[in-house]
Design a protein around this ligand. Structure first.
Ligand code: C2O
Length: 541
């Protein structure tokens, strides 16, 4: 094991990832943030200096943080945020995990403004998979939806009552943080870009546009195989991804290696990751990679939006463009806002899901709530960031042997009454049934765990007669799964990782509306914890 040290300075800069000038949040002036690549067992030290005007945190999406819950990077839950002008050292070990992960700010909607990047963990077993699948290259692809303003600018209108939870429709999408200027169906960009006229976009949009953007290019050698790790880092959109003339063989979902699944179209929801093997067995030329936003997930259908984001698969040193892009998306659009069905994914390392000791039902809805805002509720509670992290609030109560303390009690700091926390008995195997009474689909992510996806449906009510006959033989294990509109998803965990773990929809707009709850697991271990002093020092005295 090695210690890997990173020094990150976060700042706000003017940039034009797609040619349109706006402010973005960057790490070491990079959009998106730098890649972290480590080996299993490594200690990771990331020294974050916050040079932005707003407080921030960094969350390591998918990492278990076993024994280091205070490094999970969630403001109001596991730490106080890093104030402007201050630094904080994230310090943790990556144990028992390898695969494709990522990191992102967990403060407000900052992730949508650029604070994210890939986090890859290698392990010796990878060599076996590489031999088995015969790939000789490994490339990481970061895919996202994109807006032409800072996310905070959209929040007041989004949360306004009467707007029916109408999420802002993305202006564009990016691959590797780059794309051409705009995504309007009524403006054609020539493939060679030469005569594209930014000023027509400026006149239509009011944004300043520079003729300097590009498209991501992924070089491959003919007759070799490449592993692509694709990460949807976007704040909202689910993508359908395809590559002209090629199929994709999926071998990993959310850091779980799976048996090969050959697909023409890969659906990927916000925060999900997949690896696929691509065989470059076609004529040596270039091909479009097409990532189309699933507009069925949008409340507002924008008739001029062209939701297809393009990248280039380039054979050899061929830098010629694949031809006129107006060939368009040739694949059918899934009429439902859903993710890749988890029952198609079979983990390569077989695990039996143990029988459940307990079942919790959570119900999701949107309603007009506090301050007349249109807010999201989980079992009647709409999440707000607490001033004191719930971890800090709960530990003294656990030490006092008090397990039934009242979060809304007198003197409870701001926001503590807006926490819905499931305190799960130590080490129990529990089922969580998420019932969605909302007309939108929600990619739910659980921190600190991977869960078994036991079943899911687009039917409104869970058919209890199936409960005793669920498939427990090696169900898919992952950390982010879609709960479809007016549907339900049933997940199972073994509650063995001590801490307070956020469980939330990964759409940034929905977290801002309060679609977040927490699991509290292993009180028996937590009660002996002392939070490190440098973590505590972030909190105002
Ligand atoms: Cu990827 Cu709570 O986050």
């Amino acid at each position: 094991p090695t210690t890997r040290t990173y020094n990150w300075t976060i700042s706000v800069i003017d940039a034009f990832p797609d040619g349109v000038l706006r402010q973005v949040l960057v790490i070491n002036e990079k959009y998106p943030g730098p890649m972290v690549r480590v080996n299993r067992g490594d200690r990771v030290l990331v020294n974050v200096t916050n040079n932005m005007p707003n407080a921030t945190t960094i969350h390591w999406h998918g990492l278990f943080q076993n024994g280091t819950n205070w490094m999970d990077g969630v403001p109001g839950i596991t730490q106080c945020p890093i104030p402007p002008g201050q630094s904080f050292l994230y310090n943790f070990t990556v144990e028992n995990q390898f695969g494709t992960f990522w990191y992102h700010s967990h403060a407000s909607t900052q992730r949508m403004d650029g604070l994210f990047g890939p986090f890859i963990i290698h392990a010796p077993e990878e060599a076996e998979y590489q031999t088995r699948y015969g790939y000789t290259q490994d490339q990481v692809m970061v895919l996202q939806d994109y807006y032409h303003d800072l996310s905070a600018a959209y929040l007041p209108e989004y949360l306004a009552p009467g707007n029916e939870n109408t999420e802002p429709v993305p202006d564009n999408g990016l691959i590797q943080g780059t794309n051409y200027c705009q995504m309007r169906r009524d403006i054609t960009i020539p493939a060679n870009r030469g005569s594209f006229n930014c000023s027509s976009y400026e006149a239509n949009s009011g944004y300043t546009c520079y003729d300097n953007s590009s498209r991501a290019l992924f070089p491959v050698e003919q007759n070799t195989k490449t592993r692509f790790r694709i990460i949807n880092t976007g704040g909202f959109a689910t993508f359908q991804f395809a590559i002209d003339n090629h199929t994709m063989t999926v071998i990993e979902g959310d850091s779980t290696m799976v048996e090969p699944l050959e697909l023409q179209i890969l659906k990927i929801a916000s925060a999900q990751r997949y690896s696929f093997v691509l065989n470059a067995n076609q004529t040596a030329q270039n091909y479009w990679m097409r990532a189309e936003m699933d507009t069925n997930c949008f409340f507002v259908q924008n008739p001029v939006l062209n939701p297809t984001v393009l990248g280039i698969l380039a054979y050899g040193n061929n830098t010629a463009l694949p031809g006129v892009e107006s060939v368009g998306w040739n694949n059918p659009m899934d009429p439902l806002c859903e993710d890749l069905n988890s029952t198609l994914l079979v983990p390569s390392v077989v695990q039996q899901a143990p029988p459940a000791d307990n079942l919790f039902v959570i119900q999701v809805s949107f309603q007009i709530g506090d301050d007349s805002l249109d807010l999201a509720y989980i079992n009647g509670t709409s999440y707000k960031v607490s001033q004191i992290p719930t971890l800090n609030w709960i530990l003294p109560h656990l030490r006092a042997g008090n397990t039934t303390f009242n979060q809304t009690g007198a003197g409870a700091p701001y926001g503590l009454q807006s926490q819905y926390i499931l305190d799960i008995p130590d080490n129990q195997v529990v089922d969580i049934l998420i019932q969605n009474f909302d007309d939108g689909s929600h990619p739910f992510h659980l921190h600190g765990y991977e869960f078994w996806v036991m079943a899911s449906s687009q039917e409104q009510y869970f058919p209890w007669e199936i409960y005793d006959s669920l498939n427990t033989t090696n169900p898919m294990r992952r950390d982010t799964v879609m709960v479809d509109a007016y549907g339900w998803t049933l997940i199972r965990i073994q509650a063995d990782n001590p801490g307070l773990w956020a469980f939330h929809c990964h759409i940034s707009w929905h977290v801002a509306a309060g679609l977040l709850m927490q699991l509290q697991t292993r009180d028996d271990l937590m009660k002996d914890w002392t939070i490190p002093s440098d973590v505590l020092e972030l909190c105002p005295a």
